[in-house]
Design a binder for this molecule. Structure first.
Ligand SMILES: CC(C)(COP(=O)([O-])OP(=O)([O-])OC[C@H]1O[C@@H](n2cnc3c(N)ncnc32)[C@H](O)[C@@H]1OP(=O)([O-])[O-])[C@@H](O)C(=O)NCCC(=O)NCCSC(=O)C[C@@](C)(O)CC(=O)[O-]
Length: 324
């Protein structure tokens, strides 16, 4: 039986911190540190880690050097490292990567994520084209990627609301999600980019989308605020893949006010607490969240991460006192 069936108690986490997280940091972090973050996350049990993106470095300088990140990674056999690709130029850059060393080398990664939006204004702000232009642009990208043996994942942004347009009609989300599945995406991640979603608006949207797109092809990608409540709503609706970001890093630079992501530590803590498994070692993940937050000089936005770290420090202090 598939691990993702409705009754499954396994939830697959897609860790987006090294991409969605770092793309929103005020300064770009070094390729070595991006690699260290990805490798630490893999060691903590995350089986799918978005490693970067092949977008315009003028628009998102933080993601420049993604080829170097992919080349430098010590890969684990049990981990996948998808990258975001916006257009044919991005895909060709990815596919050309290995030819620098040898034509016989496999592509730098075996999975890409293509992305579109349910809001016209956000589409224009994010990728400089309308929704229908973006779908026309993505179809040959998906086709070539599939022909080259890559897995293709899709994203729909602004599934609940848009910073520019306000509420988004669920049928717009449904149409874009269906178009991405028809292009060959094995899964489409529904992104509440602004974080305005609540369990009620999430349920309304899912009802409409799930009437056309089967639940085993959907994932939940939530920005902030009501993140955990919305994740649990999606799990109740049968979704078994959740996108989240270590320490709550990130958001989208082209969605004003989208200041963070639901934290992976919070998602794992909540899911384990209600009887789901994720393969993630929570204390190890908490340590990664503390490390990257300190490294970036920012607060750790994960409530569970802060609480677990603080408890571990108190226990260590009391055992030091007891032995001294
Ligand atoms: C989509 C484009 C590329 C279109 O950008 P454009 O300006 O429409 O493209 P263009 O074809 O007119 O080219 C303009 C320049 O960009 C270059 N260019 C063109 N394509 C590429 C490429 N792939 N890689 C590198 N360079 C590229 C191209 O070569 C040219 O360079 P110039 O001649 O001016 O020197 C641009 O608007 C862009 O990069 N936007 C940034 C999109 C982005 O990364 N957004 C954040 C990620 S999405 C997100 O976070 C949401 C998500 C997925 O997490 C889900 C959710 O939470 O909602």
């Amino acid at each position: 039986m598939s691990r993702r069936s409705f009754s499954s108690k396994f939830v697959r986490i897609v860790e987006v911190g090294p991409r969605d997280g770092l793309q929103n940091e005020p300064i770009a972090i070094h390729v070595h540190d991006r690699i260290a973050l990805i490798e630490r996350l893999a060691d903590a049990g995350l089986g799918v880690i978005e490693a970067g993106s092949f977008v315009s470095p003028k628009r998102v300088p933080q993601m420049a050097g993604t080829s170097d990140v992919l080349r430098g990674l010590k890969r684990r056999q049990d981990t996948r490292y998808p990258v975001l690709v916006p257009n044919m130029k991005g895909l060709l850059t990815l596919l050309d990567g290995p030819s620098l060393a040898s034509l016989d080398e496999p592509p730098l990664t075996d999975e890409i994520a293509i992305f579109a939006a349910a809001s016209e204004s956000f589409s224009k702000a994010n990728i400089n084209c309308s929704i229908s232009e973006s779908l026309d642009r993505l179809a040959p990208v998906a086709e070539l990627a599939l022909n080259r043996g890559l897995r293709v994942r899709g994203y729909v942004s602004t599934v609940i609301s848009c910073s520019y347009e306000g509420p988004i009609a669920p049928k717009s989300v449904r149409d874009v999600a269906k178009a991405l599945v028809d292009m060959g995406c094995y899964e489409v991640s529904l992104g509440d980019t602004t974080g305005f979603g609540t369990p009620r608006t999430m349920t309304n949207m899912l009802d409409v989308v799930m009437a056309q797109v089967s639940v085993d092809k959907l994932a939940n990608h939530d920005t902030y605020g009501m993140g955990i409540a919305n994740v649990l709503t999606a799990i109740e609706a049968g979704i078994r893949t959740v996108d989240s970001s270590v320490a709550g890093l990130g958001g989208c630079p082209f969605s004003p006010g989208a200041t963070g992501n639901v934290a992976t530590e919070d998602v794992v803590h909540a899911l384990h607490g209600i009887g789901y498994s994720t393969d993630v070692d929570l204390p190890a993940l908490v340590a990664v969240g503390e490390w990257i937050s300190a490294h970036l000089g920012r607060a750790n936005e994960s409530r569970a991460g802060r609480a677990w770290a603080s408890k571990a420090r108190s226990l260590a202090d009391s055992s030091t006192r007891a032995t001294s």
